[in-house]
Design a protein around this ligand. Structure first.
Ligand code: IPE
Ligand code: IPE
Ligand code: MG
Length: 240
């Protein structure tokens, strides 16, 4: 199947269903996370091929700290391996790596490879891949508001014009300067957003599928893109 003509600029994906994928095969949940990384590489190749400029990926939420310590440690280990293996490929393929979220809580080695990935790909322009790690929209918006307050209080001793605008918030979101999300895809069968890109997805088209992330294929992406192309985006206005 070919992609449709009208494509989203910014696609966001909630990478969900890894654990169930593994459990249904009598494998440890970690095997699902590892396979999820392999699927991600293939899907990023499709994004490059069809010229999608921005993709955001939910890889670890601020709520995922509630999981057993062993699973969290395995996730960091797999994530470190993923970045170490993928960095050269990203450099060569024109992928720019960006991260949204507070990575200061991650193991030092993870922070190092993530920072190296960001700096070694910073000149790339073909596809911006925004990894949302230790990310949650509530924390992000609070962070933005606090940053704005500090700036405004410093700049404006008399406290006039202290009002916070939408532009202010947008400029201080972790995802800045990425545009708002056009298409949000959630594999794994759940019909919820789980604290992901709430501000940025205000007018996103939301596509749910039961396919578990490790099984998500090129065809599944193209299907979501055809569904997106048929949506009429009105932004609160009227049909035309
Ligand atoms: C998503 O897969 C990956 C992370 C949250 C890190 P899950 O681990 O949530 O997989 P399921 O939902 O249990 O199948
Ligand atoms: C959302 O999946 C977070 C990521 C995919 C990183 P979860 O599996 O954590 O979401 P819930 O708990 O089902 O809402
Ligand atoms: Mg899940």
């Amino acid at each position: 199947m070919n992609p449709p003509e009208q494509l989203p600029k910014h696609i966001a994906i909630i990478l969900d269903g890894n654990g169930r994928w593994a459990q249904s095969r009598n494998l440890p949940r970690s095997e699902g996370h590892r396979q999820g990384g392999e699927t991600l590489k293939k899907i990023l190749d499709v994004m490059l091929e069809i010229n999608i400029p921005y993709v955001s990926l939910y890889t670890f939420s601020t709520e995922n700290w509630k999981r057993p310590k062993q699973e969290i440690l395995t996730l960091w280990k797999l994530m470190k391996e993923f970045f170490s293996q993928y960095l050269n490929e990203a450099v060569q393929k024109g992928i720019r790596i960006k991260v949204s979220g507070d990575i200061s809580k991650l193991p030092k080695e993870n922070q190092n490879i993530i920072n190296e990935s960001i700096s070694k790909t910073k000149k790339n322009k073909k596809l911006i891949v925004n990894f949302c790690i230790n990310y949650g929209s509530h924390k992000e918006i609070l962070y933005a508001v606090n940053q704005i307050l500090i700036t405004k209080l410093n700049m404006n001793k008399k406290n006039y014009n202290i009002k916070i605008t939408e532009k202010d918030i947008e400029r201080h979101l972790y995802t800045y300067p990425l545009p708002s999300v056009d298409l949000l895809i959630r594999p794994g069968g759940e019909h919820r957003i789980s604290n992901f890109l709430l501000w940025q997805s205000a007018y996103a088209e939301i596509y749910f599928t039961n396919v578990l992330w490790p099984d998500f294929s090129r065809e599944d992406l193209i299907k979501a893109l055809h569904w997106f192309a048929q949506r009429e985006r009105r932004y609160g206005g009227l049909k035309h």
